[in-house]
Design a protein around this ligand. Structure first.
Ligand SMILES: NC(=O)c1ccc[n+]([C@@H]2O[C@H](COP(=O)([O-])OP(=O)(O)OC[C@H]3O[C@@H](n4cnc5c(N)ncnc54)[C@H](O)[C@@H]3O)[C@@H](O)[C@H]2O)c1
Length: 148
């Protein structure tokens, strides 16, 4: 099975990648390494790693056209800098739109989306609500082994 994983060098994405490769699937990872780590993934047959951003629609469309994924796991998320609204918007809004549109066009069987919904964050003084009017953050949307 062919699975495209966004944010595949991150915590969730890299563990999923390992599990899928171990059972013989082909995996393509796209990650810009904003919070992901190169040593989270071990280069090997059946794994393609692309360093880039999901906000780049041409790149995303090319990857879908060439790899032709059957399933998509969307685990890329921007949250590193609470003040960087632009990057959060590019990744979490525009990037997600790019992935959803490309998935639809490629007729993928299912998209698994780990939604990011940070309504608040932790400071030294405790939890504080973000003042940003629009912000995607951390919320678990659902991954169930065996759902593929
Ligand atoms: N880890 C958890 O326990 C947990 C729990 C609930 C929800 N989630 C959600 O699941 C998602 C993934 O969480 P995680 O813990 O794996 O985070 P993570 O930071 O380890 O992984 C996110 C990955 O996305 C990559 N990324 C960021 N911007 C990108 C872009 N523009 N293009 C391509 N890649 C980009 C990062 O480099 C990173 O590798 C997040 O939305 C998070 O909120 C995680």
């Amino acid at each position: 099975m062919k699975v495209l994983i966004t944010g595949g060098a991150g915590f969730i994405g890299s563990h999923l990648t390992d599990r899928l490769l171990a059972r013989g699937d082909d995996v393509l990872v796209i990650d810009n390494y904003a919070t992901g780590r190169h040593d989270n993934l071990t280069p090997q047959a059946h794994l393609t790693i692309v360093e880039g951003t999901i906000a780049d629609q041409d790149l995303v469309n090319n990857l879908f056209d060439n790899f032709k994924p059957e399933y998509v796991v969307h685990a890329a998320a921007s949250y590193k800098d609470p003040e960087n609204w632009a990057e959060d918007s590019r990744t979490n809004a525009l990037g997600t739109a790019n992935i959803v549109q490309a998935s639809e066009k490629a007729n993928v069987k299912r998209v698994f989306f780990f939604f990011n919904f940070s309504g608040f964050f932790l400071t030294r003084d405790g939890f504080r609500f973000l003042s940003q009017p629009l912000r995607f953050g951390r919320r678990f949307c659902g991954w169930f082994p065996g759902s593929f």
